[in-house]
Design a binder for this molecule. Structure first.
Ligand code: PRX
Length: 714
């Protein structure tokens, strides 16, 4: 295919855009979803007699047999499968090389992942322009529905045409401020349409965005700005969540006063105002007048957008050029700058979105994640927009102004596909069902779950109360590192079981290992979850730290990607994720490294050392338990306890809240000085009946003391 001209794949796109008629017939027959235990033998994944003989991928996956045929192809002939998947996108040069990957660090090449390596494309073009180029009516189609924090605030829907115009203009603003292909741009934004504009504009000119979640503290933002050497920051004056004002720009001001951010030369500030909504209570009103402004560094985005033109051709990017960096907590050390690239990431997020949620033209799709997390990247922006979907951007929280909010939004925008986190479901489930049942929700067709294990009580409530026992629950397991969904049901293709993410997506081959012997396990079994071969959406590295990437993900089980999660694979091949097996806590859907919390506690003048572990919590998935050893001259007190909680929130972010602070004179340590976390975990679980061998501790008596004092063992 020609390298100078866009090689549109008309056949494929026509198929996507004209499948509405077929869809309606399918929908009427696709209600075979049942909650009953499934017929085990028929779901064994082992073998299938059917094969895939077509030259392109189907528009949807309608049955388990169809899945099996394609799954076999994706595992046995990944080149062919992923070539067909790439054909769903538009390329300036279609790749001749599909897969070129090495997972084994012991080889000469070492861990090295490349997909579509000679392909050339632009992600923004694929998410916006191409829909209009293929079908001019797309410019009038709503791309983003904005649902503001205050439900009465009127905001317009943004069409593909409008979004493209704003993205081009903002891309020109970035260029005006010297941003070039390959430069890193830090984005610290609330959940507003401008956040999508910012990301797509970066993608358009080949700048690498690094989004930092708006809840992170100034020092955490500073750390992330300096780690990737951003010289330009995009933010908003304010954000609104649950009626509360979040002063984002002033946090950036604080961050930029820190020495490590001295290279930042430009801050582009989007304005969060209310347009014609004078009646909306402005929670930020008393702070608006106090906004700091550094001339020559700070610029209003809307004013800058008036100074540039609307012409901005998309940059031609190599498939392996980085698209973005996203920081995630590790079990030790500083947050990891996960690097995702262009061609593989978009191919993967685009295909997973289409199949898993069975997206049909005209559907309204809503994902409640924040743009600061991978779910926001992959399944609010890139996956949906590359499929010409209509995606809802929701600024608020599930409980404001009341606990019916989600379902009111569903009715207001006639949402068909709704994707949220178990933590939100559990918090809403605690209230009377009437807050759900008084809403219609008739538009809903598919319900998704992501971010943490969904316990069966929450699964069943989501299914029966929210979905009126009508909508399948798509429990999607994946990670920041995986780029897109890895283990998941495909809507209406097979039967579901509560709390099971069911089967691996195309191209994903799972393998369990025994934690102690490191030997592979044959299902049915429970063990540590690894992935056997590469898939296009996976992270390529950690930003400027490939060695750590290899250490964290590829050293535990040579030749495999180690997920850090435990998993049970049942007889029928269904997968149930059991949770993290390392020192990362998953609390209310947020990944929190215990090492980061310990570092924050240890910074406090009164603290000598600390150890943080998680315990099971019904609502939040896990609770955070902090053992704290004070310095000799510091006395424990309620005030100090509150102060420590506050300092953790201030150091990391308001979404990180220790549940228990347990003052102790000492921690259980081995003779070599290592804290025995295994014992601390057992104490807080609590499961103190079998603590295992504690004779290697320098002072075994401390264990008894800890048990006695722990509020979890009372
Ligand atoms: O422990 C798993 C849990 O969240 C971790 C990944 O977190 P993060 O990188 O922030 O990405 C979250 C959004 C994809 C995983 O290692 N997790 C995510 N989804 C599920 C899950 N645990 C169980 N079931 C899920 N569906």
């Amino acid at each position: 295919k020609s390298s100078s001209k866009l090689s549109h794949n008309f056949t494929n796109n026509n198929e996507i855009h004209t499948s509405a008629a077929r869809t309606s017939t399918l929908l009427s027959t696709s209600t075979g979803f049942q909650l009953n235990p499934i017929n085990i033998t028929s779901y064994r994944l082992a073998s299938t007699n059917s094969t895939w003989n077509e030259s392109s991928l189907p528009d949807k996956i309608k049955s388990l047999d169809e899945y099996k045929a394609l799954y076999d192809l994706s595992i046995n002939d990944p080149e062919r499968f992923w070539k067909m998947a790439a054909e769903r996108l538009d390329w300036y040069r279609f790749p001749t090389k599909i897969k070129n990957t090495e997972f084994d660090y012991r080889t000469d090449r070492g861990v090295d992942i490349k997909w579509y390596e000679d392909g050339i494309l632009n992600v923004c073009y694929n998410c916006l322009d191409r829909h209009i180029d293929h079908d001019s009516s797309a410019s009038k189609q709503v791309a983003v529905v904005f649902e503001p924090d205050t439900p009465t605030e009127t905001r317009h829907h943004v069409t593909y045409g409008e979004l493209l115009r704003d993205v081009k203009k903002f891309a020109n603003v970035l260029k005006k401020h010297g941003v070039k292909k390959g430069d890193r741009v830090t984005v610290y934004m609330p959940m507003v349409v401008d956040a999508c504009v910012a990301l797509l504009a970066c993608a358009r000119i080949g700048a690498i965005h690094s989004v930092v979640f708006g809840g992170f503290s100034a020092s955490n933002v500073a750390e992330r700005i300096s780690d990737c050497d951003s010289t330009v920051v995009i933010t908003s004056d304010f954000g609104l969540r649950g009626g509360k004002c979040s002063p984002l720009k002033s946090k950036i001001d604080q961050a930029l006063k820190m020495k490590q951010c001295s290279n930042v030369r430009t801050v582009l500030v989007f304005e969060r105002n209310y347009g014609n909504n004078a009646d909306v209570k402005d929670a930020c009103s008393d702070q608006r007048g106090t906004l700091e402004w550094k001339e020559g560094r700070d610029f209003w985005a809307h004013k800058e957008m008036e100074t540039v033109n609307e012409n901005c051709p998309p940059e031609k990017m190599n498939a392996e050029d980085p698209l973005f960096i996203l920081y995630t907590s590790g079990s030790t050390g500083k947050p990891k700058g996960i690097v995702h690239t262009t061609g593989g990431y978009l191919t993967y997020t685009s295909l997973t979105f289409k199949y898993i949620f069975d997206y049909n033209p005209g559907d309204v799709y809503m994902c409640t994640a924040d743009i600061g997390w991978i779910t926001g990247h992959s399944y609010i922006i890139y996956g949906p927009l590359s499929n010409r979907a209509t995606t809802v951007v929701f600024e608020g929280v599930p409980t404001y102004p009341d606990v019916s909010r989600f379902w009111n939004v569903v009715d207001k925008h006639q949402v068909n596909i709704f994707y949220t986190a178990p933590t939100a479901i559990r918090s809403l489930m605690a209230h009377d069902d009437k807050y759900v049942t008084k809403t219609s929700r008739q538009s809903l067709r598919i319900l998704g779950s992501v971010g943490e294990p969904i316990n069966s009580e929450a699964w069943k409530w989501y299914h029966s109360v929210v979905g009126d026992s009508r909508c399948p629950i798509i429990d999607t397991w994946w990670q920041t590192e995986t780029g897109g969904v890895m283990i998941t049901p495909i809507a209406n293709a097979w039967e579901l079981e509560p709390s099971s993410a069911t089967l691996p997506f195309f191209g994903i081959k799972t393998q369990l290992f025994d934690k102690s012997t490191k030997k592979p396990l044959t299902p049915p079994n429970t063990g540590e979850l690894c992935i056997q071969d590469s898939w296009p959406g996976q992270a390529r590295s950690l930003y400027r730290n490939h060695e750590r990437f290899v250490d964290v993900y590829f050293k535990q089980y040579p030749g495999y990607y180690f997920t850090g999660d435990g998993c049970e694979i049942k007889k029928n091949g269904y997968h149930c994720i059991t949770g993290r097996v390392d020192d990362v806590l998953v609390i209310s859907g947020h990944n929190i490294g215990t090492a980061e919390v310990e570092a924050a506690l240890n910074e406090h003048a009164g603290v000598s050392e600390s150890a943080v572990v998680g315990y099971p919590d019904k609502k939040k998935n896990q609770g955070m338990y902090c053992f704290v050893v004070l310095k000799d001259d510091t006395k424990e007190s309620e005030e100090l306890r509150k102060d420590l909680i506050k300092s953790v929130r201030n150091t990391i972010g308001a979404h990180v809240n220790p549940d228990v602070i347990h003052f102790t004179p000492d921690l259980p340590k081995t003779r070599s000085g290592k804290i025995m976390r295994r014992i601390l975990r057992k104490i807080v679980e609590p499961d103190t009946s079998n603590l295992g061998d504690i004779s290697t501790l320098t002072d075994p008596s401390i264990v008894k003391e800890l048990i006695k004092k722990s509020p979890r063992t009372k």
